[in-house]
Ligand binder design. Structure first.
Ligand code: FAD
Length: 476
């Protein structure tokens, strides 16, 4: 089938208005960080799973690769096609229906294009909590969250996206529909296909819907921002808070003072609750959530903070006295990525290590970078409770970004960590995966890909190097 015949068949199936080309397709072709712009034969906007399946079958018959896309907020250009203009982007944004709420089973079933915040709101309106929470929640989608196994700020208590999904519906690379929408908390009937698709970044199939876990809404919640001398103090504070608050500790975030100064410079309407922050200092953001029997969140948190101040773990502390103030604290934290996006250049790393090794890692890596790249500036923040740091750097003029990244990732690998904690591999970290994974692990991954997508048509060049795409037709 020629490309023109394929586009005509897709338009007949999805409607002309939902097969975008030319200028209409452009907004879908550049990644969020504006690192990569690709080209596509067309952007498809199906409205339900049958349309997805038909579109996949048509593309498979024509040998045309597909790039699934949700909110396009990913950080590793995983939803951006390559420059060859031979793939189609398949946007899930029109598939944004809540299919069912089952309050007895504590689950919500949603289509993949539902925006995360809309799912949080649907859960809240039903008196439940859907806890996945991240800075991009106003535009990222559940499909993207699952395809990247997103983390965010509540992992400490509720886990990654993987822990929040009970069932999936997936369109396979052959265009079949796998209905795995089982809201089961226990299901040991063979290989776990759900877990295979979660985190596969659109390389094994297209997630069209999911059954998600719901939780009770916290009856009380309290947030505090603390000023700290350094990460060793943050680690001691984390241990103290965990010991005293147990599962009530729902978030423990750290951010360097430099990150927060960037935020207030970029967004002057935002205010820090402290007169100033020490040079080289850090802040920690703690959140505690309680159930009905535990309506004393603020009192409990204040007890921990007093002890931390007394023990010298914290230099200063501000406890939010209202929901608005708590939201303002979170807004500071969630604005860091946006503030850094305004920096001329930022070399980003999304690393994970056992939390206990993080202070030593940061100290020695900061030192090694300063020696190798004089003038480099650190902009580090992250989810200390999960051992995950966004170890971001503003490079000096002329420094090789690849060399900086190599230094950081080599050290992460030597320390037993992972070079991607929550953002995935996409197309930006494919070479890193080759460098740091063992041959056995890479080989197993390639065999899984070959088994499920033997023609290599699902999001080629993401996670693994692009294999041969068999059956591709040439020409317009
Ligand atoms: P997209 O960017 O559209 O796609 C991401 C990947 O998923 C691609 O490989 C794509 O092909 C695939 N995909 C999308 N939908 C489907 C589908 N239905 N089926 C199969 N594959 C699909 N991430 C975190 O983990 N934690 C954070 O704290 C966090 N904070 C962020 C803050 C900001 C300000 C921004 C901009 C991003 C942040 N991110 C964070 C990254 C990003 O928001 C997440 O990766 C998010 O899960 C991506 O969802 P999306 O819908 O935008 O996916």
């Amino acid at each position: 089938m020629t490309h023109a015949a394929l586009l005509a068949a897709l338009a007949a199936c999805l409607g002309e208005a939902h097969v975008l080309t030319g200028a209409d397709a452009e907004p879908y072709l550049t990644d969020w960080r504006r690192n990569v712009t690709g080209r596509a034969l067309a952007v498809l906007r199906p409205s339900d799973r049958e349309e997805v399946a038909q579109a996949v079958r048509l593309c498979a018959a024509a040998g045309v690769p597909l790039v699934p896309q949700g909110g396009n907020t990913g950080q590793v250009a995983a939803a951006t096609p390559d420059a060859s203009a031979t793939a189609v982007v398949l946007s899930l944004l029109r598939m944004n229906r809540v299919r069912a709420l089952d309050l007895d089973n504590d689950t919500i079933s949603v289509e993949a294009g539902c925006v995360l915040q809309a799912v949080q709101e649907a859960a809240r309106n039903a008196g439940r909590l859907f806890p996945l929470s991240l800075g991009a929640q106003g535009s990222c989608t559940i499909g993207g969250n699952l395809a990247t196994n997103a983390g965010g700020t509540q992992v400490l208590r509720y886990g990654n996206a993987r822990e929040l999904a009970l069932g999936l519906e997936v369109v396979t690379p052959q265009g079949e529909i796998w209905d795995g929408m089982r809201g089961l908390r226990k299901d040991n009937t063979g290989y776990d296909l759900r877990d295979l698709y979660i985190g596969s970044e659109g390389t094994l199939g297209i997630i069209t819907a999911a059954v998600l876990k719901l939780f009770p809404l916290p009856r009380s919640q309290c947030t505090a921002l603390l000023v700290l001398d350094g990460l060793p103090q943050a680690l001691r504070l984390l241990r103290r808070a965990r010991g005293a608050l147990g599962a009530g500790l729902t978030a423990f975030e750290v951010m360097s003072a430099a990150c927060l100064m960037d935020v207030v410079r970029a967004f002057p309407q935002q205010r820090l609750p402290f007169a100033d922050l020490p040079d080289g200092g850090w802040c920690a953001l703690l959140e505690i959530s309680g159930g009905e029997e535990d309506g004393r969140a603020q009192e409990l948190l204040e007890t921990v903070l007093s002890a931390a101040l007394e023990a010298g773990e914290a230099l200063d502390a501000a406890v939010a006295v209202s929901g608005a103030q708590s939201a303002a604290f979170w807004h500071l934290r969630e604005s860091i990525t946006l503030a850094l996006a305004q920096a001329q250049a930022c070399v980003k790393h999304d690393i994970s290590l056992p939390a206990s090794r993080i202070p030593a890692f940061v100290q020695s890596t900061d030192r090694a970078l300063a020696a190798a790249f004089p003038g480099v500036a650190m902009r580090v923040f992250g989810h200390l409770g999960d051992g995950n740091l966004h170890y971001n750097l503003l490079p000096p003029a002329g420094a090789s970004h690849a060399a900086i990244q190599r230094l950081v990732h080599d050290r992460v690998h030597e320390a037993g960590g992972a070079i991607s904690a929550e953002q995935g591999i996409g197309q930006l970290r494919v070479q890193d995966l080759q460098r740091y994974k063992s041959e056995v692990e890479l080989d197993l991954m390639r065999r899984i890909k070959a088994a499920l997508d033997p023609r290599g048509l699902m999001n080629p060049g993401k996670i693994l190097e692009a294999g041969p795409q068999t059956g591709a037709t040439a020409g317009p």
